[in-house]
Design a protein around this ligand. Sequence first.
Ligand SMILES: Cc1cc2nc3c(=O)[nH]c(=O)nc-3n(C[C@H](O)[C@H](O)[C@H](O)COP(=O)(O)OP(=O)(O)OC[C@H]3O[C@@H](n4cnc5c(N)ncnc54)[C@H](O)[C@@H]3O)c2cc1C
Length: 249
Amino acid sequence: MTETGGARAGMGPRLRRAPAGGWRTATVREVDRPTPRTVRLRLEVPDRVDHLAGQHYVVRLTAEDGYRAQRSYSLASSPGDPLVELLVERLDDGEVSGYLADVVEPGDTLEVRGPIGGWFVWEGDEPALLVGGGTGVVPFVAMLRTARELGREDLLRVAVSTRTAAELPYADELRAAGALVVTTRERSGIRPAGRLTAVDLVPLWEPGQTAFVCGSASFAEAASQLLVGLGVPAPDIRVERFGPSGTSG
Ligand SMILES: Cc1cc2nc3c(=O)[nH]c(=O)nc-3n(C[C@H](O)[C@H](O)[C@H](O)COP(=O)(O)OP(=O)(O)OC[C@H]3O[C@@H](n4cnc5c(N)ncnc54)[C@H](O)[C@@H]3O)c2cc1C
């Protein structure tokens, strides 16, 4: 399995081609709350470096006393979108997510750096299986939007896991793309509450696909093991963990 950010010598042309940008002052243009615990921010980023689907930005907050905190957020927007879209889940006691979810308003400015990431990217030309848990669907929304723009929706298969249907961000968009949605805390149709299983993934997996897995550390581990159990070659599995990511101070 290949972890995100694993910059190694000889990793290949994909890493070398991935765009990267420096710090910018973004203006928040749109704020909405698609689910009770998430906020969707659409940002205008001056002199933006176009990203690839799967990449992320860092958002940096600075307090009046100079204290700084920064966190990573995946891009939900496609490269063709004039605005950059982030989807942030508010964590209890979360230093940065709480501010972004509850305080930020249209017209505010935010320091951002990006795009970042050279490996967890989909360039629109390879078949892929996308397996996401909770807000781990965010980079997959960018991939699906990119696929739509390219007319290559046929390349992507999607499976997502969420506690309840109401908590799944981008639920309509994911379902419209044919995503399998598994709910762990409530029944879904005739299916009882439960985790994603290998049986769920069998019809979605095809040889030649790259598998992208994104979510919490525990989800990423479990989903990766399912894929390995199905016989997906480890080098074909790319993993992004939404664990604690920032540096403060
Ligand atoms: C590459 C990358 C992309 C990411 N993309 C997204 C995204 O698109 N949307 C999004 O909402 N988040 C995303 N994250 C997670 C995000 O960077 C922050 O970790 C998250 O918003 C929490 O920051 P915080 O300052 O609010 O919480 P903190 O103040 O850092 O932590 C508060 C409490 O929550 C725990 N905690 C911290 N982060 C997490 C987490 N992710 N899950 C569970 N518990 C946690 C801490 O241990 C602590 O107990 C991404 C992370 C990475 C590494």
